[in-house]
Design a protein around this ligand. Structure first.
Ligand code: ARG
Ligand code: ZN
Length: 879
């Protein structure tokens, strides 16, 4: 455990490494208590560096032996502290032999080499490799790896590492070995090993160039009935990358391994992806439509990293979005293409917009705000954020919007042509896009360097005499920590104009002739002139959410209702409904706080009724259109947040809709049944989504019909999607039968860890679940704080997903938060730090709540042995 004050690392301080590594030979004698790691490195002086010394990182490991060019080094030849091993004097060509000792079973951080359910796994991104052996653990050091694994054969029959298996056999005394060789150079963060009792589903798959590859999905024995969808998703990913980007699998073998204890979603280790079980295991009995979609997206994501991340990697961790933003964009496009229809694609886009607003905009407006390419950090693990990932994906999407698909593809081709096998920067990516397209993307750089969500204000003016419509766009960006003043961004704003009959008008602007124009706003303010506009239009601005900004336009209700009924752009059509809903939710929240009577206008309800019944629209779209903004999204629109008032207002709206549209909801409930065998395809999932949203509305009224419907669905559900939807409806309605249903659910699935996670999460998010009930659940035999999925399902869900209870006026929720952050930090700093983030925006609450929150933050900050991870988050929150 570190006790020194955490150090801030700056992007501007980047210097190339003094030595490069050509080859790495690793030998592992695996033992849970005492694993010996022997490493043999061939290194040579880097002509591009001024650093003289060999600098190796190493943490939480014991140095047993150190030889340079065959000669054992004495303590006078090197410096060693708890972070670094430095050899000041070394010849230009060096062979280092290093022996270290670790205790994987004691490693609760799930970083480096660790044990989960008796099996060995590794997680090395970002800086986990230094917990395994001394090494220049930085992504710009790329080397070829050969790995020898030795372990007990009965306990660990399966021995895996990156690349190709070149040798295996028995060692006697019950041990065996396997030797792996990765033909590609890679940075240390992509190293992985697995030594485990596992089984696999495998398949030989034909690649586009005629080669074939062995694909494997490794899981514990009891889960072999849950690997089909991950395998199918892997095959789809390989095909898609061949077709859309011309990128092929470069290995003979590609493995996915599932592990129950994992800090994040998954990891793209070369040829040996390691996954949280949550993103591998599925069958209709245990997984929901959302789980299936998550598996497809994450399998795709990790696979796509093989090119965007592995073949071309990051020079330093400030460039993280180079691989993550790009790879999220790629997995988003993959998921959209797998649906295949324009309307299906739009629904995936709506989901992305919701994620941005729900998580990224708040991050960008809080104390941890940082640019897509950060300038500094204390702990890099704190920067695996929605800004680096999701906003980073938006930045990549904007290149495609600005250049068009064809030139964007040319830019990608040029990027790989220039940088295959290299560790590069976000500027290199931008240069490839600029050079391939001939476009000047200098100003576009500000999307990487400036934090904060830009606000675009739009004002329209129609002149009937000259038939011109003027749209004036003005941008500003709020200050963020360390960045008081911002310069204008290069913003693509896609615009359409609707006529009175709801159809798109033909646009003439900047020489363009289309129904949607991509306006490029590069100045602080600019007026765009549309000519030949025959009637006063309703503007549809920021179509398909063409930039990650907040759009301000003083729409009237009439205009919004017009867009909600007619906009040809589904994202803006949905958006109009969200604006109508948000205005009402905010008004009602104020009314709750004042004790006024609550009322919801029939105009809004009738608009919803029309959409709900419109069979020309996909069920998935109608579901999105009827989904209200979340409580935290409402909170984001308020100067002083009142969580209980928000909750009551939103409940009121739900109930009122449920009552007013009872007949229509019931009709959709009946019309969108999906009889026959379960299929996770988007069309079926969309129908279930709409049906289950209808059920939630019907049950929210606590009517006999609604409760009976939920109970009947719970009892007869043929798949997990329908089962959890019914159980959730019963719990949220406070139905008398909810407890019995929860018990039955538990009894049915007590062997399925991922389902028990849902069981905890559903209770933790229920508005009736207070802190006492959460504490009782923590004493449940199935609760285990060391397992990240379980901790997230109960503790995180309560702190993040149950605002009206978490923000109890007495501050008890915050005291609980502090207690849990501290307890988790002693075990697993990465997980603790994620929970610590949930108190980020404490300054937005009423003074009485703020006082309690500050006390809780100070309590955590006052802990002496705090990790850098949590220290950075709480000190930035308090700053
Ligand atoms: N590169 C992984 C992914 O996005 C995430 C790994 C992050 N791990 C961490 N400890 N920060 O697919
Ligand atoms: Zn990633």
């Amino acid at each position: 455990m570190r006790t020194d004050t955490p150090q801030t690392i700056y992007r501007k301080d980047y210097t190339p490494p003094g030595f490069l590594v050509e080859t790495v030979e690793l030998g592992f004698d695996l033992d849970p208590q005492r694993t010996i790691v022997a490493s043999r490195l061939t290194m040579s002086r880097n002509p591009d560096s001024k650093v003289r010394a060999i600098e190796l990182h190493g943490e939480n490991i014991v140095l047993v032996a150190l030889r340079m060019n065959g000669k054992t080094l004495s303590k006078r030849d090197y410096r060693l502290d708890d972070k670094m091993l430095v050899i000041p004097e070394a010849p230009d060509e060096v062979t280092l032999e290093i022996e270290t000792l670790t205790a994987p079973a004691k490693n609760t951080t799930l970083n480096g080499l660790y044990v989960s359910n008796g099996n060995f796994f590794t997680q090395c991104e970002a800086e986990g490799f230094r917990n395994i052996t001394y090494f220049p653990d930085r992504p710009d050091v790329m080397a070829k790896y050969t790995v020898m694994l030795r372990a007990d054969k009965a306990a660990y029959p399966v021995l895996l590492s990156n690349g190709n298996l070149i040798e295996e056999g028995d060692l006697g005394d019950g041990r065996h070995y396997a030797k792996w060789e990765d033909p590609f150079k890679k940075p240390s963060y992509l190293f992985a090993l697995v030594a485990a009792r596992l089984v696999c589903q495998e398949e030989t798959f034909k690649l586009a160039d005629g080669r074939s590859a062995l694909l494997q999905v490794w899981v514990e024995e009891g889960n072999l009935d849950k690997t089909d969808y991950a395998m199918q998703s892997l095959k789809n990913s390989i095909r898609w990358d061949e077709e859309r980007f011309g990128l092929e699998l470069d290995l003979d073998r590609f493995m996915i391994v599932a592990v129950g204890d994992f800090n994040m979603g998954a990891m793209e280790n070369k040829g040996l992806n390691i996954f949280n079980t949550k993103f591998v295991l599925a069958n209709p009995r245990v997984a929901t439509d959302i789980d299936y979609a998550g598996i497809e997206a994450v399998v795709g994501h990790e696979y796509f990293h093989n090119w965007t991340g592995n073949r071309v990697t990051c020079r330093d961790w400030f460039q993280l979005s180079l691989k993550e933003g790009l790879t999220v964009f790629r997995d988003q496009e993959f998921s959209a293409d797998m649906i295949g229809t324009d309307s299906g694609r739009a629904v995936t886009r709506i989901d992305q917009v919701r994620t941005l607003r729900q998580a990224q905009f708040p991050e960008d407006a809080g104390p941890m705000a940082h640019p897509v390419r950060p300038d500094s950090f204390v702990e890099i693990n704190n920067f695996y954020t929605v800004t680096v990932y999701e906003k980073g994906a938006e930045v990549v999407r904007m290149y495609q919007t600005l250049l068009g698909r064809e030139l964007f593809r040319k830019g990608m081709d040029l990027y790989f042509e220039r940088h295959d096998g290299q560790a590069v920067t976000c500027d290199d990516f931008r240069a490839a896009m600029a050079d391939a397209s001939g476009r000047d993307l200098t100003q576009f750089e500000r999307w990487y360097s400036q934090a904060g969500t830009p606000v675009v204000r739009a004002e329209g003016r129609y002149d009937a005499d000259s038939l011109t419509y003027e749209l004036t766009l003005t941008q500003r960006c709020p200050a963020t920590p360390g960045q008081e003043n911002k310069l204008p961004f290069h913003i693509p704003v896609a615009v359409g104009l609707l006529g009175a009959d709801g159809s798109d008008l033909h646009l003439n602007v900047d020489g363009l002739d289309a129904v949607t124009a991509v306006l490029e706003l590069t100045e602080a303010t600019r007026t765009f002139r549309f000519s030949g506009v025959k009637e006063a239009p309703t503007p549809s601005i920021l179509r398909d959410f063409s930039a990650p900004v907040v759009l301000e336009y003083d729409y009237t209700d009439t205009e919004l209702l017009h867009l909600f009924s007619h906009d040809s752009d589904p994202v803006n059509r949905w958006e109009a409904g969200q604006r109508l809903a948000m205005a009402r939710l905010l008004k009602l929240t104020a009314a709750v706080a004042k004790g006024d009577t609550l009322e919801l206008d029939t105009t809004f309800i009738e608009a919803l009724r029309k959409i709900l019944a419109d069979e020309s629209l996909d069920a998935a779209f109608r579901e999105q259109a009827l989904l209200l903004p979340s409580e935290s999204m409402i909170a984001d629109q308020m100067d002083v947040v009142n969580p209980q008032a928000i909750h009551q207002a939103r409940q009121f709206v739900r109930r009122t809709i449920g009552e007013a549209l009872q007949v229509d909801l019931r009709a959709q409930y009946d019309a969108n049944q999906t009889p026959g065998a379960y299929s996770p395809d988007a069309l079926s999932a969309g129908r279930r989504g709409l049906k289950n949203l209808a059920l939630a509305y019907l049950a929210s009224t606590s009517s006999e019909e609604g409760i009976a419907l939920a109970q009947a669905q719970f009892d007869s559900a043929g798949n997990m999607t329908d089962r959890v939807a019914a159980l959730g409806a019963l719990i949220h309605a406070g139905a008398a039968s909810a407890q019995a249903a929860l018990q039955a659910f538990y009894a049915d699935f007590d062997n399925e860890a991922l389902v028990i996670d849902k069981w905890f999460a559903m209770q933790a998010s229920a508005p009736a679940t207070g802190l006492a009930a959460v504490r009782a659940l923590m004493r449940h035999a199935a609760f285990n704080i060391k397992n990240p999925n379980r901790a997230r399902s109960l503790v995180f869900t309560f702190c993040v997903g149950n605002p009206s209870q978490f923000h109890a006026p007495d501050g008890s929720g915050y005291a609980f938060w502090a207690e849990q952050v501290i307890a988790l930090d002693a075990l697993n700093p990465q997980v603790a730090s994620r929970l610590a983030r949930s108190m980020d925006r404490w300054r937005r609450y009423a003074p009485a709540l703020q006082a309690h929150m500050k006390k809780a933050l100070q309590k955590v900050a006052g802990v002496k042995k705090l990790s850098n991870d949590v220290r950075e988050v709480v000190s930035k929150s308090l700053a």
